[in-house]
Ligand binder design. Sequence first.
Ligand code: KG4
Ligand code: ZN
Length: 352
Amino acid sequence: MKILAIESSCDETAAAVVEDGVRILSNVVVSQVDIFAAYGGVIPEVAARSHLEVILPVVHKALDDAGLTKDGIDAVAVTHTPGLMGSLLIGTLTARMLAILWEKPLFAVHHLKSHIYANWLESGTSQVPEFPLLALVISGGHTQIIYMREHNQFEIIGTTRDDAVGECFDKVAKILGLPYPGGPAIDQAALHGDKTRYKLPQPKVEGLDFSFSGLKTAVLRAVQAELKLPITTPSYELKEHISEQQRNDFAAAFQETACNILINKMKMALDKHPEVKTVVLAGGVSASGALRKKAKEELSGTGVKVCFPEVKFAGDNAAMVGAAAYFEVVTGVKETDPYKVSIAPRTAISKD
Ligand code: KG4
Ligand code: ZN
């Protein structure tokens, strides 16, 4: 089954053709990151307008790259939530229009589900996850531990009580004067830093929930103290005072702390669920080299398989949407009425 998938939930316009949920026939991603690097974050109105400009060429290229026309496509899939309202509308309306014109089934897929299913896409190093599994979903908007007994069954067993971990990477990067998006910039800077030079606190949150807002403030206060500046100094002024070595050391210390928080909660989750066979990392933050290394070293020792998507499928892309839609088909989830598809949650795995 060949699915044309579309993703436009934030600042990437993407289309892909995926066969039987695993084989990638094409994968096109147009990122708006260059536009938003200048602002240090996404401006929703600008993102929506940029999606509108490129969405049809992106869809055409995905078909061309796969060597297919509409006749070779069996279904259309699209991210319908969560995400930026204007951005989601461009993708959902495009997919709905194509499904109606081409008379194809339409699948409206939850974004976090897609991130998890990026782990099934065929790629050089991937191994197939086995159930039951625990998914650590870590993105710009979410931080959740999800228990999956089977395909398409999701139980949230841990979630952040405030900021998402990706958001924390982005905000800490801003404090340190590193560019947007913060995650890759911190990953790079940390390679040249000493993670032991600054001590940052671990939040004390009971159970499997997370908290990241305190860590962000702890970095802010530690930077102000290190630079001998009052706590009233606005965060955007700090980059003018910080040296490259201090920046790299803070990046390394923060990354180490954030990864430890995530891995420690996964260890707790595995203790509670000894029947689990696989841990999958999912979402933009799963691109982190430091996190992947730690997950492999510290979680696979417990006898579970540790999977993560190829780096290019960790961030937002449409191939993962095609994978998730296929596994909806396999498990009998009904297609969406193209006249009714909206951006309202349907099979929600989060409260967004
Ligand atoms: O999944 P994603 O592409 O978009 C959302 O659904 O939110 O995740 C984006 C997040 C951003 O916060 C970005 O800073 C983070 O993923 N990220 C990383 C890395 N690459 C991207 N965080 C840590 N290390 C990375 N290498
Ligand atoms: Zn995402």
